[in-house]
Design a protein around this ligand. Structure first.
Ligand SMILES: NC(=O)C1=CN([C@@H]2O[C@H](COP(=O)(O)OP(=O)(O)OC[C@H]3O[C@@H](n4cnc5c(N)ncnc54)[C@H](OP(=O)(O)O)[C@@H]3O)[C@@H](O)[C@H]2O)C=CC1
Ligand SMILES: C[C@H]1O[C@H](OP(=O)(O)OP(=O)(O)OC[C@H]2O[C@@H](n3cnc4c(=O)[nH]c(N)nc43)[C@H](O)[C@@H]2O)[C@@H](O)[C@@H](O)C1=O
Length: 337
């Protein structure tokens, strides 16, 4: 009987990390007779990934075979714009510590999660992988984007210098179970789920959303993202290399089409069952006008998103309701991010 590789999922309690754990568990269990996934995890309290010595000790102790790097300092447009030092410092430290320790401890295979914000603000749409480093970044999240670009380049550099197999995926905007519902530091979908839900309970006649409503975003359900992550890691190295380049080695993961913020606000209000009016607060930033990924690389390899936006929003609202009902004083809804 084959032995399962020991897989470290960094950030396993986050929205994406927890979905990756679910995907790894179901992918091994589906193959009849295969043992369950051998997954190793640490909470933030147990292991601060910005601490280089602690990360080294962890790799010495656990000796994982593979790593999914889904731990990061993450937030929406307001958080990125308000805490730029936290976003660049923590992300640079976490990924540098993990990638260097993984290499030192012989981990051959890793998946790094970046973000669509690595591309220039005015990149031609849809954005191909080759658009990286061709123009100026979006100012509201430039520090986070620079850290994510450094993460891609760390992986590529260890591959080129040391023959490692460190792959990178660039997710579009994500949402789903386990999201952060903070009223101002979250991304647009969880923020609006909460705002429409509270407005419905209060009988409020109107809900204001940030910006003009005209920017377009591409939204992917988190379990689709997790499936894409496991899919990319399962590709033979020769296939991955044939579809990427040593210095353009990342793969976009998108839904396939985008919507305006006004359209997604209407879709969220439907999922929540809010029947009042929607208004726009143009004093808040819009961010980039459009961020639509070209996912041809991944689609050609055989992966496609499965969950429609409205179905995903319905699932996400059910997740929010579970959290809401479990936490009468809203502690879990309002985490520090
Ligand atoms: N959400 C989105 O829309 C998008 C996300 N991504 C990327 O996907 C990845 C996962 O994001 P997502 O799941 O949404 O983020 P979450 O905020 O939900 O999860 C991040 C995880 O990282 C952990 N973490 C943060 N700082 C530390 C630290 N210093 N030490 C140890 N653990 C830490 C968190 O633990 P704790 O909560 O305990 O601090 C949490 O488990 C990230 O790389 C992100 O950049 C990319 C594009 C879009
Ligand atoms: C994933 C991605 O996330 C961030 O980029 P972003 O795409 O701008 O993400 P966002 O979800 O915060 O906003 C999307 C749009 O939605 C509008 N909007 C309306 N009303 C609310 C609202 O209530 N909250 C938020 N957050 N946005 C709102 C908002 O004004 C903007 O036009 C990056 O910083 C970057 O880190 C990154 O990679």
């Amino acid at each position: 009987m084959s032995v399962s590789p020991k897989i470290y999922v960094a950030g396993h309690r986050g929205m994406v990390g927890s979905a990756i754990v679910r995907a790894l568990q179901s992918s091994t269990l589906c193959r009849s007779g295969a043992p369950a996934a051998n997954i190793v995890t640490r909470t933030h309290a147990e292991l601060d990934l910005t601490n280089q010595a602690a990360v080294n000790d962890f790799f010495t102790q656990e000796k994982p075979d593979q790593v999914y790097l889904a731990a990061a300092k993450v937030g929406g447009i307001h958080a990125n714009n308000t805490y730029p030092a936290d976003f660049i410092y923590q992300n640079l430290m976490m990924q540098a510590n993990i990638i260097q320790a993984a290499h030192q401890h012989g981990v051959q295979k890793m998946l790094f999660l970046g973000s669509s914000c690595i591309y220039p603000r005015m990149a031609p749409q849809p954005m191909t992988e080759q658009a990286l480093l061709t123009g100026l970044l979006e100012p509201t999240n430039e520090p986070y984007a620079i850290a994510k670009i450094a993460g891609i380049k760390l992986c590529e550099s260890y591959n080129r210098q040391h023959g490692r197999d460190y792959r990178s995926v660039m997710p579009t905007n994500l949402y789903g179970p386990g999201d952060n519902y903070h009223f101002e530091n979250s991304h647009v979908i969880p923020a609006l789920i909460r705002r429409f839900h509270e407005a419905k309970l209060a009988g409020a006649p109107q809900v204001a959303i940030w910006g003009t409503g005209t920017p377009k975003r591409e939204f992917l359900y988190v379990d689709d993202m997790a499936a894409a992550s496991v899919f990319v890691m399962s590709l033979p190295l020769s296939t991955y290399q044939a579809n990427t380049a040593p210095m353009c080695s990342h793969i976009n993961v998108g839904f396939g089409s985008d919507v305006t913020i006004a359209e997604v606000a209407h879709a969220v209000s439907q999922a929540v069952g809010y029947q009042g009016q929607i208004s726009f607060d143009a004093s808040k930033p819009d961010g980039p006008p459009r961020k639509w990924m070209d996912s041809t690389r991944l689609n050609t390899l055989g992966w496609q998103a499965q969950v429609s936006l409205q179905a995903g929003l319905n699932f996400a609202y059910q997740d929010f309701l579970t959290l809401w009902e479990r936490t009468p004083r809203r502690e879990g809804i309002n985490p520090e991010t």
